[in-house]
Design a protein around this ligand. Structure first.
Ligand code: DC
Length: 224
């Protein structure tokens, strides 16, 4: 049975968050950023000085943690504390892969995410949504763009926020994007999603030559 949800997967910098958030607002669906949930666990582990390579400790930590999205998904409350800004810090971004690699953590978060999607129609974005979390979602999209385009967009985004001088170097950003691709695709589900998209089983949307507004319109058209 299909469930009324829009599942979006794709690599870092593909514009998933912007597109998913805008689509959720227009469709009046709940927006769920699953990457934020992995980031938040890594942030908590760092704060508690838990060894991030200790899978059992990370898995145990999930049992003592609560995740709650508010403000239409724009804000994540971890154990009741707003962590939305803290989880975007570079040291958290760089270490989130440890939380994402731990099988016990993934099992726990996948169950929570399914529960969230069962409560209300959702736009859910991540790396394993189309394949593992909501394979029965009514709409499934793999959103991507060339690494060079993703790096350029990230650089422009940093400049807009006034961070131009800090980490604003294009070559460095591109290297970082390629390193994250290697880590993300090695986890499995994201590679499976790409395979499904290339086989025409889910929608492949390459946004390399599209404006954000055009991508959002296209996604809305797919759902409507
Ligand atoms: O989308 P993001 O950059 O905020 O995701 C942070 C990290 O979490 C990223 O390295 C991949 C991982 N992740 C995952 O493994 N599974 C998801 N469903 C979402 C994110």
């Amino acid at each position: 049975m299909q469930i009324p949800a829009l599942a979006i997967d794709g690599p870092a910098g593909s514009g998933k968050s912007t597109v998913a958030q805008a689509a959720a607002a227009r469709l009046r669906f709940t927006y769920i950023d699953t990457g934020a949930m992995y980031r938040a666990l890594a942030w908590k582990a760092l704060r508690l000085k838990i060894d991030l390579t200790d899978e059992a400790a990370l898995t145990a930590l999930t049992q003592k943690t609560t995740w709650q999205f508010v403000d239409n998904g724009a804000t994540l409350m971890l154990d009741g504390e707003n962590v939305s800004a803290a989880i975007r810090a570079p040291e958290v971004t760089n270490r989130t892969k440890f939380a994402a690699r731990a099988a016990g953590v993934r099992a726990h978060l996948v169950a929570l995410q399914r529960q969230m999607a069962a409560e209300r129609p959702a736009v859910m974005e991540g790396r394993d949504i189309t394949t593992v979390v909501l394979p029965a979602a009514r709409w499934r999209i793999f959103l991507t763009a060339a690494p060079e385009v993703r790096a350029r967009r990230r650089q422009e985004d940093w400049a807009r926020r006034g961070f131009g001088g800090v980490g604003g170097d294009y070559d460095e950003i591109l290297r970082d994007i390629l390193a994250r691709d290697e880590s993300d695709f090695s986890i499995g589900p994201l590679k499976d999603a790409l395979d499904l998209a290339q086989a025409g089983k889910i929608i492949l949307l390459d946004t390399s030559a599209m404006s954000p507004a055009a991508v959002i319109d296209r996604v809305i058209a797919i759902v409507e």
